[in-house]
Design a protein around this ligand. Structure first.
Ligand code: GLN
Ligand code: ZN
Length: 775
């Protein structure tokens, strides 16, 4: 069988995050552009070498961005906002970073471009800003230089460009009536020029990414696909139309019909979709099978993959290519340096390099015969089997607990309104209670204490003492500022997910399993490999200590089940819902312990709830049902007097408002400063039944919010929401800020609340009763 192997994209940040550190040093002015370029080019060379060694027939070029590949496309097309002030010539690196980061070399600041999540991943892209005046021109030669660079090294490459329709789909316009498709006429000639220029460099194939084809597309967009690809058909390269992150579904006929030389489909998300594709695909086209899961870290069952290829082959006589399902950007680069993983777990995993190794084995098995790779196939089968039967995976007690979840486990005893009345009274909360979202500045001293403890340089007792000092300081500051509900400040947490992952059974963490989140920011997702349980309390000691220092209620902080799930690599041998419920049960035990020890407010953060939303509408309801069910399972164990808070970071909330209400939290705080309160409007429209704390302090900005601006924001909120439902708090956690900024900001929040209470005629200090003066 003749088969070709290729890759859609490789992790770009470096096994030791070399690109991250180089970028940050460049931004701080510690290295110059030439040094940055040298480091980046070294990484490109290394990554091509690694991929070439895996026997790939085509290596990707253009996947190794300095910041983001969507922004790369925007500059490639010369399509960026006027405020960056460059309408001709080449886009230089500083302008490029300015669009991403909103800072400028000359001190004048232009607002950064918006950033949002790339499909249903945790990668964030820079949103193209679209309007009717936008013009297109070839404004960046970087891609062409990289192709030359790879050719000079003797590699056979397949440049990657983001397709015009997906680029447009991901773009936003301030003008709601603007039809993004109007821009196509200006774009197509620039795409044609780019493709022609690539052909001139000796390129045969171009990978044109159109993941928007796995979405629900309006009819006008479907038609636009036909139009665009008929126009691009005339370019002198072969196009591999690349789709991933889901099934083509109702776009399958459209995609198969487009006049391109080949098509790539994702068989990790949608294993059966090769069937409808081979029924429709003309034999002269290349079919690229996305066999190896590019979104998760499990080793493949190669025997199963071989069966798939044989089944496809029996129905489709055209040329087959094999690849990972999507770019490997979404998995860590290399398993090799992970020395602290349990010996039993390690063989179950495959990171980017190992995935390419799997591809190579498949290629050889199919072209040279299975006997040639007998030992490799046997090792794969063994790893898969051992994982399936491992004791570490299967905890009977946990499974039984999930199976016996009763309806009443999901519901609190009393309806929310009544509960809130009880809570306000027993907690002695004033009107407009002032609180924070959980974390306080992670000072150098705190980081150093954590690092020393991790490296065994200080004893546990010393570490605990240092953390307690940090907590005591946080409590002092909150007292001084006059907040109503305190937090302990989360000094012991390096990360809101990893902190819990390290303490849960069935979950492991890595040392270097970094994945790019945005720009130079990386995350290290934990790995949920088995049945999850909580061997012992995870947060109790710290919260109890904080509560012992004050009479004000201290709000405990937990990361919610859905956020833990969505920010981790999750097992693929059971539905995500089951894993979410297991995580929820573990958190439920923590909630019960906190409540038993006298903690009266518990916040369960669900920052990533909206991130798990399936791409296709019909699947969204099912997800939201079990996601809210998991939240309620984690929290409904709390008695009526215990107040449950949740917190959401900014995301696309439209479409999930009902789900927010269904979580049945008593209070929800959310990021809202940057969305201009549109969210508050939406929540009011849907009559959100709980109390709400829309952020009135933009924590992403170093600016100190003054009392008047806070009051202004609260007054705006009061146009929609009744006063007795409103909380006053920052947008999100304060861990990235300095104490010198935080303390005056909190003072201003408290002062604003005081003035607002006075002007509302409520008692200035002391308990406010919802029922006072009312029925
Ligand atoms: N409690 C967390 C904090 O304050 C919440 C962080 C988040 O929403 N991303 O840091
Ligand atoms: Zn947040």
């Amino acid at each position: 069988m003749s088969i070709k192997l290729h890759n859609l994209g490789f992790p770009r940040i470096g096994a030791r995050r070399e690109l991250k550190f180089a970028l940050e040093r460049y931004w701080r002015g510690e290295i110059d552009l030439e040094q940055l370029e040298t480091i980046a080019s070294g990484l490109r060379k290394l990554h091509w070498r690694l991929q070439a060694d895996a026997g790939l027939d085509y290596l990707p070029v253009g996947d190794s961005s300095f910041y983001d590949h969507v922004l790369d496309t925007s500059v490639l097309l010369g399509a960026f906002p006027e405020r960056f002030g460059q309408s001709s010539g080449q886009v230089d690196m500083d302008l490029y970073f300015r669009m991403a980061r909103g800072r400028s070399a000359d001190g004048k600041s232009a607002r950064a471009c918006e950033m949002t999540k790339w499909f249903n991943t945790n990668y964030h892209y820079i949103v193209p800003e679209l309007d009717s005046g936008l013009s297109f021109r070839a404004a960046c030669d970087r891609l062409f230089h990289w192709v030359d660079e790879a050719h000079a090294l003797g590699h056979k490459v397949k440049p990657v460009v983001l397709g015009p329709l997906t680029w447009l789909w991901l773009g936003k316009s301030a003008d709601r009536d603007f039809d993004r498709l109007d821009l196509l006429d200006g774009m197509i000639p620039v795409y044609q020029r780019i493709l022609t220029r690539l052909a001139g460099l000796g390129v045969e194939w171009v990978q044109i990414d159109e993941p928007a084809l796995v979405l629900d597309l309006p009819i006008a967009w479907q038609n636009a696909y036909e139009r665009v690809y008929h126009a691009l058909q005339r370019s002198p390269v072969k196009l591999l139309l690349t789709t991933y992150f889901g099934a083509l579904g109702d776009n399958v006929s459209l995609a198969c019909r487009l006049p391109v030389a080949g098509i790539h489909i994702d068989l990790a998300c949608a294993p059966d979709q090769w069937l409808p594709v081979v029924d429709r695909l003309a034999r002269y086209k290349i079919l690229s099978l996305g066999l190896i899961d590019g979104r998760n870290i499990w080793r493949s069952d190669l025997a199963v993959k071989l069966d798939v290829v044989r089944s496809v082959r029996s129905r489709y006589q055209g040329e087959l290519w094999l690849a990972p399902s999507c770019s490997l950007l979404h998995v860590p680069m290399d398993l090799e340096p992970e020395t602290s993983l349990a010996a039993e777990i390690r063989p179950w995993l495959a990171f980017a390099r190992q995935k390419l190794g799997e591809l190579q084995i498949l290629g050889r098995a199919l072209t040279e015969g299975e006997e040639v790779v007998g030992p490799e196939l046997a090792a794969s089968a063994l790893a898969v089997q051992q994982r399936r039967i491992s004791e570490r995976l299967n905890d009977k007690a946990v499974k039984t607990r999930v199976e016996t979840i009763a309806a009443e486990d999901l519901h609190r005893a009393t309806p929310r309104e009544q509960r809130l009345r009880l809570q306000t009274e027993s907690l002695g909360l004033p009107l407009y209670p002032v609180t924070t979202i959980g974390s306080f500045p992670q000072t150098d001293a705190i980081r150093e204490a954590r690092r020393k403890y991790r490296q065994g340089m200080i004893k546990k007792s010393r570490y605990k003492q240092l953390m307690k000092e940090a907590i005591a300081h946080a409590i002092q500051v909150q007292k001084r500022c006059g907040l109503d509900v305190f937090v302990h400040g989360e000094p012991e947490r390096n990360d809101m997910v990893e902190y819990f992952a390290e303490q849960l059974q069935g979950v492991t963490t890595t040392q270097n399993g970094w994945v790019q989140s945005y720009g130079s920011r990386c995350v290290k997702p934990p790995i949920v490999f088995g049945d999850v349980a909580r061997p012992r309390a995870m947060t109790l000691e710290w919260i109890e200590y904080a509560q012992s220092l004050t009479d004000r209620p201290v709000k405990a902080m937990l990361t919610g089940p859905v956020t833990l799930l969505n920010w981790a690599f999750v097992r693929d041998d059971q539905p995500r819902r089951t894993t979410a419920l297991q995580l929820a049960l573990a958190l439920r035990d923590e909630v019960a312990d906190l409540a038993a020890s006298g903690i009266r407010i518990i916040q369960v953060d669900e920052a990533a709830l909206a991130e798990g939303l399936p791409l296709r509408k019909p699947e969204q309801e099912g997800y939201l049902n079990w996601a809210t069910e998991a939240f309620r399972l984690a929290t409904a164990v709390a008695g009526d007097q215990i107040q449950i808070h949740t917190h959401m970071c900014y995301s696309e909330f439209n479409g999930i408002l009902q789900a927010l209400a269904a979580m049945d939290a008593d209070v929800m705080t959310l990021e809202s400063c940057r969305s201009d309160m549109a969210l508050v409007d939406a929540l009011a429209q849907c009559e959100y039944p709980g109390q709400i704390g829309p952020g009135v302090y933009d924590i992403h900005s170093p600016n100190l919010p003054d009392v008047e601006s806070i009051i202004g924001r609260v007054e705006k909120i009061l146009e929609w929401i009744a006063p007795e439902k409103v909380w006053i708090n920052p947008d999100c956690g304060l861990k990235t800020r300095q104490w010198t900024e935080v303390e005056p900001a909190l003072q201003n929040l408290a002062e604003a609340a005081r003035r607002l209470r006075l002007s509302s005629g409520a008692v200035a200090v002391g308990p406010y009763r919802v029922s006072a003066g009312g029925p």
